[in-house]
Design a protein around this ligand. Structure first.
Ligand code: G
Ligand code: G
Ligand code: MN
Ligand code: NA
Length: 257
């Protein structure tokens, strides 16, 4: 209760901030993008992770203004990186909660934010889970087309963990598929690794490529997992093996090395 009571004021007073986690190309380790991840510097409770307040924000509807703030912050950061690094600037990938896709003004809000930041739309990607896509007010096809028409990219987050209607998903203008970190357990060089995970990952990579989507693996923690993903033809990866989420300066150090 105390958390949700403070949240509106916290959005106003900028107690929230955004960390960025590198997304790298598996073939050569090149930084191709970053995922924006919100944090809360709470005056009493210290640093809070999204697991501690995103659920609450969804229940109270505060995710709508908070999500808008995160997108605005991340697009401003994308603009700074574009000014400093040009074509080498990383794509910035931002999570959209299911509650946000229910907002009738979603597309207009995104358009306003992208225009105000004056950033090339193709450097912004929105991550939506399967359920966020299916719950869209105005229909998934219409909404995703309207978003894609802005020139931004759409990624399906945690792919393979929701209820996917594959026959339906294939008609949506999606650029990338993010494979949930839970599938990476089975790619470890360990006797307890479940071989079914490797089968699922191989199949999802093949399916995504057949549909013309880029594949990003999440939660990659060790070199064996990265090796297996390369073997399976997975394009990009994100995880502690490469870097933890960090401040924009850490991304800049990465770009300058
Ligand atoms: O950074 P961390 O691993 O703690 O993130 C936990 C969860 O919070 C992830 O599932 C991530 O998608 C979600 N999350 C992080 N930032 C945002 C955000 O800005 N908006 C939404 N909707 N979810 C976020
Ligand atoms: O949006 P999504 O649910 O994919 O959010 C990614 C979350 O996963 C972030 O909260 C991030 O901190 C976390 N994360 C990133 N890399 C790793 C990793 O290698 N292992 C684990 N366990 N979590 C990770
Ligand atoms: Mn995500
Ligand atoms: Na994910």
């Amino acid at each position: 209760f105390t958390l949700s009571a403070r949240m509106p004021a916290a959005v106003e007073s900028e107690e929230f901030y955004v960390d960025y986690q590198p997304i790298v190309r598996l073939s050569d380790g090149e930084l191709i993008g970053v995922e924006a991840l919100v944090r809360w510097a709470h005056p009493e409770f210290g640093r809070l992770g999204p697991d501690q307040f995103i659920g609450l924000a969804e229940e109270t509807g505060l995710i709508v203004p908070l999500g808008r703030w995160v997108l605005r912050e991340a697009t401003k950061q994308a603009r700074r990186w574009h000014d400093a690094y040009g074509d080498r600037a990383p794509m910035v990938s931002v999570n959209l909660a299911a509650r946000q896709t229910e907002e009738p003004t979603l597309v207009a809000d995104v358009a306003t934010i992208i225009k105000a930041a004056n950033v090339p739309p193709s450097t912004i990607q929105l991550e939506l889970t399967e359920s966020a896509i299916m719950n869209t007010t105005g229909g998934p096809l219409r909404t995703l087309r309207d978003l894609a028409d802005l020139g931004i990219r759409i990624a399906i987050d945690d792919f393979g963990t929701g209820y996917s209607n594959l026959a339906y998903l294939r008609h949506l203008p999606v650029h990338a598929i993010k494979l949930a970190g839970s599938f990476m357990e089975g790619l470890r060089d360990s006797p307890t690794a479940d071989p079914a995970d490797a089968q699922i990952v191989t199949t999802l990579v093949a399916l995504s490529h057949a549909l013309g989507h880029v594949v990003i693996a999440e939660g990659v923690e060790d070199p064996e997992q990265a090796d297996r993903l390369r073997e399976f033809g997975c394009d990009n990866a994100q995880g502690w093996l490469f870097a933890k989420p960090g401040r924009p300066e850490e991304i800049e150090r990465w770009l300058e090395k």
